[in-house]
Design a protein around this ligand. Sequence first.
Ligand code: HMG
Length: 368
Amino acid sequence: MSATATAVNPTGIASIGLHFPALSLPVEELAELRGQDPDKYRVGLGCEEMSICPPDVSVVELATEAARRALSRWGGSKERIGMIAVGTETAVDMSRPLSAWVADRLGLSGAIRSYEVKHACYGGTLAVRQAAEWRLSGAARDQAALVVAADVAMYEEGDPGEPTQGAGGVAMVIDEPRIARIDPVSYPWSEPQFDFWRPVGENYPRVDGPLSLDCYKRAAENCFKAMIGQRDPEVVLRELAAICFHVPFPKMVRKAFYRVGEFLDLNAERIDGFFQEKIYPTMMWNRLCGNAYTASLWISVARALKGLAAGERVAAFSYGSGFGAELMMLEAGPDAAAGAWEQDVETDFRDRERIDARGYSELRESRS
Ligand code: HMG
């Protein structure tokens, strides 16, 4: 090989770290506060609990701690990190990227490409794709990327989106595919829409709820259609160990998969069978943290990969308002079975404090 030729690196997720804030609110408490039937939140939306940040914790702490955990588990040297890409829609500055805060706190500087990626909840997935494609192109040489997806989702008090709030961060080192190989080919779909957006200077998003549901379902249908192509959908879906989705609230995922299943001509029983077996279990951690925007899909992927045997395959559907979507395919590597990152979730969920309706109101009051 000539001195300038590049070699394609085996590429995938080498390490995972997660972090959730120290408070949580059961949706029943919010239902009481807003005078709603708790079943509207529990059954109608499929939500259980939402992660809430204490006053001194922001997206910076969520992203940094998730990254610190991923790096500590990785085993590689910090000198090999050549890219830090952070996907978020909770930006703390219009110019300085969140990656600079993370890099500063973790002592990462030098020959590193460092930046923030924005496309609503899709930003984290774009960061993963860019990191993977950077390695696959050969441009990375032997360097690895640190990718973080972190967000704090808050709606205006009383907004229909309030029960879907949440917070959390996921970080991944994209390097050798010890946990999962990332397929080079993926299936994107985008359409310019105003389904959910937050104008500059406003604290809370504006949402066209029904439109957002339609956009999400249309994106899922088109991405799965492209992935399945001319193959038998039954066979393709059966071969997947898990199918992960962006989880704004669990019922959304069910609605979207029904749309996909109907499009693929599966009957209701088969759709339900696939949903219960391959999708519902992947949302176990999401149900306990709410919508963490960019992190949501990757929380589900982390849950799905834990315990898989090498070679088992996972589909990961990303959706971000505006809107952009992409379906990625992953294949479990030798370290997926041990699922070391589960201890982050166990620790954070075990140690967090449950607040009640009054505590939540006081917290919001102190923020405003
Ligand atoms: P809503 O006003 O609560 O809607 O808003 P609803 O009145 O239609 O009720 C919701 C469900 O609860 C319905 O079920 C009701 O029947 C049921 P469905 O008919 O849809 O199956 N229900 C009950 N069930 C049991 N017992 C009861 C009861 N009462 C009613 N007593 C909406 C819902 C999703 C619009 C709202 O939560 C919202 O605006 N959320 C934010 C937007 C969102 O999450 N959209 C999802 C797709 S967009 C996306 O994923 C991107 C996002 O993550 C942002 C980003 O990309 O950055 C949001």
